[in-house]
Write a protein that binds this ligand. Structure first.
Ligand code: G2I
Length: 478
């Protein structure tokens, strides 16, 4: 089967639990646990999700559990979106209303609805100064730190295998010009609370992408500079972070920044995915439509921008309904902003099938999944390629990362062979097409990581049960 991950870096999905393979009617979106394979279909180009999938992205929405009985709402949700985020139901106050007592009923309604419709799920949010339960608001120091870490661990463990990306920490930086951390009870437990939360999340769900999520970071400013410095530091020190979420709540006072794309690109250049996580743009008519199109175009121009989530379906579903900031009106009709968004999805960016000679307006200077060749591992002298593997293993399972290095002629494509130990089974893979899941397994490039210049490196990965593979993978270049 194919485990194409569509520009999601090292995103991973199902590690345990039942495999779920569902075909979504309009988007033909295949879900394998938290792993999505976006397969273009005849309907691609006619819905937001299918059109985004054509470009290797997801298009999602925030969902409120109490609206899942509204047939108009659900009709649009199922037709248009291939990703969902719980608007409030996974927050600390909802999931741990009293200390140590976890409550997942409403979040589960959203997750189950999504899974039964072939939609992936973003988790929002594990650690945040806001929407804390009263008992946590009243805590401080070591007790609060431990309570937060336990919360992260419990919730991420409960949803392990079902969440593609978690907002591990939300809104931890202050507004204003200082570039400081936001003061909060969590911040007062020590400056390392953010990295502690990320490490706990990784340990609990090694397959989920771990994101830092914030607002007013959409353009380059003191706040986004501070987040940038944190991500850079985390990458340098090996703190597990995979993605940065840009909420993108826009209105007249906070318009789409002129350097929106450039700002997201500089984060992507740090080696993380970027996601537009809570998009809404107040306004109406052509102006609003043009702004939505700009946002979509920016994401499509960034190879490592993996998807867009709007923060609600109809204007009346919005946390700021009076600003009519969404793509459907209160009756569920498509607005001009819907049409411009769909058109932008269909026309912009770097489609998976881009032929090598086709010019693009914003060619990525460097493929996102590539890094400079390591100085200690020179590329092989001749044409061809080489590969190495590394493992993050635990009792009963593992995540393997394969580094593919192009030889002196570069590659147009590559095929990797790995032999799994007896009893080992791959459950999930990303940034690759996979053939087989036991014994001798072949991996080949996907559309965006096959062409490498001499010495260039790209990575893909897979997850499995049983013992991790070892040795040197074979590599054949085309
Ligand atoms: O404020 C917009 C978003 C900013 N980024 C983080 C997001 O998590 C945040 O979402 C909003 C929800 O859209 C609102 O629905 O977060 C608000 C709380 O900070 C949510 O509002 C709350 C109300 O304040 C509560 O009174 C209400 O009980 O929604 C709750 C559930 O409807």
């Amino acid at each position: 089967m194919s485990d194409k991950k569509d520009r999601r870096g090292r995103q991973v999905g199902l590690r345990s639990g039942p495999r779920l393979a569902l075909v979504l009617g309009t988007a033909a979106t295949l879900a394998v646990g938290a792993t999505m394979v976006f397969a273009p279909t005849a309907s691609a180009g006619t819905t937001l999700g299918a059109s985004a999938a054509e470009k290797g992205r997801y298009f999602g929405t925030a969902v409120a559990a109490n609206k899942l009985s509204d047939s108009t709402y659900v009709g649009i949700l199922n037709r248009e979106f291939n990703s969902v985020t719980a608007e409030n139901e996974m927050k600390w106050d909802a999931t741990e209303p009293s200390q140590g007592n976890f409550s997942y009923a409403n979040a589960d309604r959203i997750v189950n609805h999504a899974r039964s419709n072939g939609q992936q799920v973003r988790g929002h949010a594990l650690a945040w100064h806001s929407q804390q339960p009263g008992w946590a608001q009243n805590m401080s120091g070591t007790a609060l730190r431990n309570a937060m870490l336990n919360h992260v661990t419990q919730v991420a463990t409960y949803y392990r295998g079902k969440i593609v990306a978690w907002d591990v920490v939300n809104e931890a930086f202050a507004d204003g010009g200082g570039g400081n951390r936001r003061d909060s009870n969590l911040q007062r437990t020590g400056n390392d609370w953010i990295e502690a939360a990320f490490r706990a999340a990784r340990a609990a769900d090694p397959g989920a992408k771990l994101c830092y999520n914030d607002y007013n970071t959409d353009g380059q400013n003191a706040k986004s500079n501070a987040v940038y410095a944190m991500v850079q530091d985390f990458k340098a020190r090996g703190v597990p972070i995979d993605c940065v979420g840009f909420q993108s709540h826009f209105n007249a006072q906070s318009p789409v920044p002129s350097d929106y794309q450039a700002n997201l690109q500089r984060f992507a250049n740090l080696g993380v995915d970027v996601q537009i996580t809570e998009l809404d743009i107040e306004g109406s008519g052509t102006t609003q439509a043009n702004n939505f199109a700009r946002v979509v175009q920016a994401c499509l121009a960034i190879t490592r921008c993996t998807g867009i989530t709007v923060w609600g379906i109809r204007d009346t579903d919005s946390w700021r309904a009076s600003g009519t900031p969404l793509l459907f009106d209160g009756s569920g009709n498509k607005k001009a902003a819907y049409t411009s968004t769909l058109n932008a999805l269909n026309s912009g960016g770097n489609p998976i099938t881009t032929p090598p000679t086709q010019p693009t307006t914003n060619p990525p200077t460097t493929p996102p999944t590539t890094t400079p060749p390591p100085t200690t591992t020179p590329p092989p002298g001749g044409a061809g390629c080489s590969a190495t593997l590394s493992n993050n293993a635990w009792n009963g399972g593992y995540v393997t990362t394969i580094r593919v290095t192009a030889g002196s002629s570069g590659t147009n494509g590559w095929t990797i062979g790995v032999t799994l130990p007896s009893g080992s089974t791959i459950t999930n893979a990303w940034n690759t097409n996979r053939s087989g899941n036991t014994g001798s397994v072949q991996f080949s490039n996907v559309a965006y990581n096959g062409r490498l210049t001499a010495g260039q490196v790209t990575e893909f990965g897979f997850q499995g049960t049983g013992n991790a593979p070892s040795g040197t993978p074979t590599c054949a270049a085309s």
